[in-house]
Design a binder for this molecule. Structure first.
Ligand code: FAD
Ligand code: NAI
Length: 473
């Protein structure tokens, strides 16, 4: 039997890999994608971290828990009485699993539609030979002209606190807790800590988040971080900053975390379950990188240039396994750009306009530079802010927390950053991304007609605020 040969072989079927494979196939390349993720029956489950234990399942649980919170605390404001509201956790988790499966199946369908050959199993380098790469794809060995590595990332371990996914949970275990813990501990107040902490708090857990840094959400615009800290505290999320974690001890009843608080005093936190969300590490395990001399950097990420080229000819790498933010849409953009570069086109990723979203309530979203970054960079800027409290749609929704904030160049008025905390911030941020991609000025947004009543009017008003001429505040 002759060895199968492909123009492009993608290792990893997460958002970086499966999108790279589809784009390569669209461009006429004979393409294969290898992914090893298994569903509970051992079958293929492409989509990577994002689909299986990341973006999609976390948003499913955020939605379910938000409904529960609304029914318990906000329906009454609308004149709706809903006594004795209960939550069936098994059903909620089952719904989440169905949503995940729909996405896995959707990707398998897309592979078929685009004629991408899918291999379920591990992909690894065997050797470089005659200008081609021999790649193990599950049990088979195939040949590739180009290889795209998209092997993603894994949760970072805290030394001395190995994940068992029963008591000490990574994002994986945090997404399938069987019953609401009375007390839930979270180490790390980053994106996962806040999103997963919000899910289980809304469902009734007493949640304490322990954060090593003295500042809350240091990467977020300071005014947004301040507003978020105030609102999360009001919701009952306990966040302790500047702690130093000591021993993490398991017992049959739960987990005890010993730590020093910000003043250095010894403290303990006893919880039923502990989520550890202290960042993620690039995953190159099993790639057999040594066989071909693939270079990694000091963080263990695959070293790439700005075009996602590795040190090896015709080997590319995208997504969480390379430098840059660990976001699904960043991985996708890189996947598309690499496929286009292989085709001799000018694939392009604009790192300055990658949006960030934290799906808490209220949501937090931003693009571009924060006020503290502009100060540090010595850029002269103007700021404009508009509160959702003064937005008619937000009042009608009963969701008036937060604001939209614009930062624009003091001389040219070019938008340098947009920061939103409030309802549907994840959707509203797209307008700011488009504006920044087209190098719009704040006045451009201020002059555009926005539908009334809509939350997007707060965006227009924040742009007007840059010139100190809001109409509704
Ligand atoms: P992954 O999605 O990690 O995919 C890598 C794939 O490669 C996996 O299927 C893995 O099994 C496979 N693989 C690895 N090695 C091999 C091998 N040798 N052979 C075969 N297959 C292999 N990002 C957002 O933008 N928005 C969000 O809302 C969001 N929420 C998140 C929530 C959580 C809880 C977590 C953990 C992450 C979240 N992220 C979110 C981040 C997002 O999931 C990642 O940035 C994204 O999945 C990275 O895509 P990727 O393709 O690089 O890697
Ligand atoms: P993170 O980097 O967002 O946050 C980790 C937090 O843990 C930081 O605040 C850090 O200071 C703290 N920390 C690190 N070591 C610590 C220690 N020893 N003790 C106490 N605190 C410590 O990482 P997280 O939340 O694990 O998420 C990983 C990545 O996944 C994110 O950076 C993001 O790229 C992605 N993600 C994106 C989401 C989104 O886009 N909505 C949602 C969830 C995850």
């Amino acid at each position: 039997m002759s060895t199968k040969q492909f123009d492009v072989v993608v290792i990893g079927g997460g958002p970086g890999g499966y999108i790279a494979a589809i784009r390569a196939a669209q461009l006429g390349f004979n393409t294969a994608c290898i992914d090893e993720w298994k569903n509970e029956k051992g079958g293929p489950a492409p989509g990577g971290t994002c689909t299986n234990v990341g973006c999609i399942p976390s948003k499913a649980l955020l939605q379910s828990s938000e409904h529960f919170e609304h029914a318990n605390h906000h329906f009454a404001d609308h004149g709706i009485s809903a006594d004795n509201v209960r939550i069936d956790i098994k059903k909620m988790i089952g719904r989440k699993d169905t949503v995940v499966k729909q996405n896995n199946d959707g990707i398998l369908y897309l592979f078929k539609k685009n004629k991408v050959t899918f291999f379920h199993g591990r992909g690894s380098f065997v050797a470089a030979k005659d200008g081609l790469y021999e790649v193990k794809a599950g049990e088979e060995v195939i040949l590739a002209k180009h290889v795209v590595l998209a092997t993603g990332s894994n949760a970072r371990q805290l030394p001395g606190a190995a994940f068992d996914e029963e008591l000490i949970l990574s994002n994986d275990g945090a997404l399938r807790i069987g019953e609401v813990p009375k007390k839930l501990g979270v180490i790390g107040s980053g994106v996962i800590g806040l999103e997963m902490g919000s899910v289980w708090r809304r469902l009734g857990a007493e949640v304490t988040v322990l954060e090593g840094l003295p500042t809350f959400l240091g990467a977020v615009d300071e005014s947004v971080a301040k507003e978020a800290a105030k609102l999360f505290k009001k919701q009952g999320l306990k966040i302790e900053l500047g702690v130093k974690i000591g021993e993490v001890a398991k017992s049959k009843d739960g987990v005890t975390v010993s730590y020093a608080d910000a003043k250095g005093a010894a403290q303990t936190l006893a919880v039923d379950k502990l989520i550890i969300s202290i960042g993620r590490v690039p995953n190159t395990i099993g790639l057999n990188a040594e066989a071909v001399g693939l270079k990694l950097d000091e963080r263990g990420a695959i070293e790439v240039d700005c075009d996602c080229k590795t040190n090896l000819p015709n080997v590319w790498a995208v997504g969480d396994v390379v430098r840059g933010p660990m976001l699904a849409h960043k991985a996708e953009e890189e996947g598309v750009a690499v496929a286009e570069r292989i085709a001799g086109q000018y694939g392009h990723v604009n790192f300055n306009t990658i949006p960030w979203v934290i799906y808490t309530s209220p949501e937090i979203a931003w693009v571009g530079r924060t006020e503290q970054q502009l100060k540090a960079d010595g850029v002269e800027y103007k700021a404009g802010q508009f509160p959702f409290l003064a937005n008619g749609r937000a009042r009608a929704l009963g969701d008036t927390n937060g604001f939209v904030k614009f930062l624009a160049d003091a001389k040219t008025d070019e938008i340098l950053g947009v920061h939103i905390i409030g309802p549907m911030a994840s959707e509203l941020i797209s307008e700011a991304v488009v504006a920044m991609e087209f190098k719009a000025s704040a006045e451009d947004i201020a002059r555009i007609c926005h539908a009334h009543p809509s939350l997007s009017e707060a965006t227009k008003e924040a742009a007007l605020a840059v010139d100190k001429r809001t109409l509704n505040f």
